[in-house]
Design a protein around this ligand. Structure first.
Ligand SMILES: Cc1cc2nc3c(=O)[nH]c(=O)nc-3n(C[C@H](O)[C@H](O)[C@H](O)COP(=O)(O)OP(=O)(O)OC[C@H]3O[C@@H](n4cnc5c(N)ncnc54)[C@H](O)[C@@H]3O)c2cc1C
Length: 66
């Protein structure tokens, strides 16, 4: 039980959550960062970086409402 106890839990490892988790852990807080998406490795996983606008599957389509 003790190993599953955290001072801070951050949901989402985007720009905001990633930075918040970094700051919390550097301040000494035991921090859990949860991310629902795939692991994004710097310089290895940017699948759309070199794509041209016309290569995007849903280009010019409206966002779907579920
Ligand atoms: C097409 C596009 C191009 C952009 N280009 C630029 C640019 O060139 N330069 C720039 O500075 N900014 C750019 N931005 C803006 C930038 O991407 C956003 O401002 C920034 O990513 C916002 O960060 P965030 O952490 O708030 O959200 P996000 O980056 O969206 O992070 C949220 C994270 O939370 C995760 N998440 C959501 N729900 C859950 C859940 N229930 N459980 C676990 N994890 C969850 C998501 O998977 C995601 O990783 C662009 C945005 C878009 C859409």
């Amino acid at each position: 039980m003790k190993s599953n106890t955290f001072d801070t839990i951050v949901v989402g490892a985007g720009m905001s959550g990633g930075w918040a988790a970094k700051e919390f852990s550097e301040q000494g807080f035991k921090t859990l960062l949860l991310e629902r998406g795939p692991n994004v490795e710097h310089l290895k996983y940017y699948p759309t970086t070199n794509m041209q606008p016309w290569e995007f599957k849903h280009r010019r389509r409206l966002t779907s409402v579920f």
